[in-house]
Structures are given as C-alpha cells and as structure tokens.
Design a protein around this ligand. Structure first.
Ligand code: ADP
Length: 257
C-alpha cells in the first residue's frame, strides 16, 4: 500500500511541477507563431510601397538608385520568406496548426508549381521537365503541399547550374504516391545527407548562388511530409546531382474524368 501511495503521490507532484513548464513552453511557441504572423503584414506593406516608389521614380532614378531599389525589394523578400519559414516551424512546434484536408488534382497542383518556376528556370537556362500524368485526386492540405513543391523546386534551381536539368516525376501505386525531384546539380556529400533535413542544416554557406537561403526549407518540407504520414529522403552524388524522394499515403481515389 505504501508503495502504491508513494507512486500516486510522486505522479501527482510531478504533474504539478511539470504544469508550469509545459504551459510556459506552449506560451512561448504560441508567442513565436503570433509574432511571426504580425511581422509579415508590415513587410507586405513595405514591399508594395517600394513598388509604388519604383514606378513613381522610374524616369528620374540613376542606375545606382535603381540597383538600391532592387536590393531593397530582395531584402524584403528574404525577410518575408524567413519569417514565413519561422512561422511554419513555430506552428509545427506549438502544434497549433491543423492541416486542412481538401481533395484536388495532383497533376494540377504539380503543374501550378511548375508554372511558377518556369520563368526563373528559363532565365538561368535550366531545363524543367514534369512527368505527372497520374490522373489522381489526392486528399491533403493543398497549401502545405504547394509549399513543399516550392521548397524542393527552389532548392533544385538554387543548386543547379545553367544548362542543367530538373525533373519532377509523380507515380502512384495503390494508395502510395511517390514524388521524385531530380536535379543534375552540385550534389550533397554522403556525410551530410541526413543533416540537410535538420533546422539550419546546410552543407556549405559558400555554395549558395543567391542570398536568402537559411537552411530551414528542408526541415519544413520534412514536417509537411511527416504530418501527412509520409517520408522524405534524398539520394545524391557530388558533381552528379540529387534526387529527393517523397512517399505519401494520400491518394483518395482515381479520377473518373
Ligand atoms: P537552404 O535554405 O539553405 O537551401 P534547405 O533546408 O532547403 O536550406 O537545404 C539545406 C541544405 O541542403 C542547403 O543549404 C544545401 O546545402 C543542401 N541542398 C538542398 N537541396 C539541394 C539540392 N537540390 N542540391 C544540392 N544541395 C542541396
């Protein structure tokens, strides 16, 4: 009896002791999520203001002035992307985000991501190939899935040189959807293959062609995939290229149209 009473006592005391710690942890995560959200609004305003200013001063600005204007827009974009990445991670930590499940065409969603990357790929003479003729309707969080495609395509473009190729391929077997994003870029050393999915996990700062990459993208990608019950991994060879694989059990049914 003494043992049982002791165990119950210890349990009650430990719950009491843990309560403020848990509360403060949740409060802190909630604060980060709220703060990130609030920070995005002024940045959106700032971005539009710079664009207005740019239009108004188009004829009078010197090349240097135009460059400064472009730099300002780049910085705002970088901050916006950093904040929205931090927001995603804070929401993941605080478990305040519930995925919103919708049914939509997988091919359509992949095409949407591809369309958005076509101009930037063309600009850098990178060939984009999409092999997605699955004709399936998936049940998933549409915006999160789009965010996932953007992270992976953005990286593929970032770490691939002019003249290279990026291919996105979707295949479906039973209830399992497999996505492959393959590039012929610089590759990732074997020792770093796990690390890249960690927060701020980067192979080497000097490898980035443009600023703004913070090492958060793949940790968010991992969170999106895992919160849909899937897995993500990468196979890569330095100097040959990388292929990111995503396996997701989210196919609801074959489309009838
Ligand atoms: P970042 O914002 O730095 O790109 P990510 O989390 O998206 O952060 O990626 C982490 C690191 O993984 C990158 O810094 C880069 O070193 C490496 N990486 C990601 N994708 C690729 C790729 N397609 N090819 C080569 N290296 C990559």
């Amino acid at each position: 009896l003494f043992l049982v009473v002791s165990i119950i006592f210890a349990y009650v005391m430990s719950r009491r002791a843990m309560k403020p710690i848990i509360h403060s942890f949740v409060r802190q995560q909630k604060f980060t999520a709220d703060a990130s959200h609030e920070l995005r609004t002024p940045l959106t305003v700032l971005h539009s203001s710079i664009e207005v200013l740019e239009n108004e001063t188009e004829d009078i600005l010197s090349p240097f002035g135009k460059q400064v204007m472009d730099d300002m827009k780049d910085e705002v974009r970088r901050m916006t992307s950093l904040i929205s990445n931090l927001l995603s991670l804070a929401q993941a930590d605080a478990a305040v985000v519930d995925l919103t499940y919708d049914e939509f065409s997988l091919d359509g969603e992949l095409e949407r991501a591809f369309r958005n990357f076509q101009p930037i790929a063309q600009q850098q003479a990178i060939k984009l190939v999409l092999k997605a003729n699955t004709q399936v309707i998936v049940r998933a969080d549409q915006e999160r899935l789009q965010q996932l495609f953007v992270i992976l395509l953005d990286n593929a473009v970032q770490y691939t040189a002019a003249g290279d190729r990026i291919m996105m391929k979707a295949t479906v077997k039973g209830n399992l959807l497999t996505l492959q994003i393959q590039d012929t870029g610089i590759g990732i050393p074997e020792a770093k293959l796990q690390e890249v999915f960690e927060r701020f996990g980067r192979v080497d700062e000097s490898r980035n062609r443009t600023q703004g990459h913070t090492g958060l993208g793949l940790s968010i990608a991992k969170w999106i995939v895992e919160s849909h019950g899937g897995t993500i991994w990468v196979e890569s060879e330095v100097g040959i290229g990388s292929t990111f694989f995503i396996a997701l059990p989210i196919v609801s049914h074959l489309a009838t149209t």
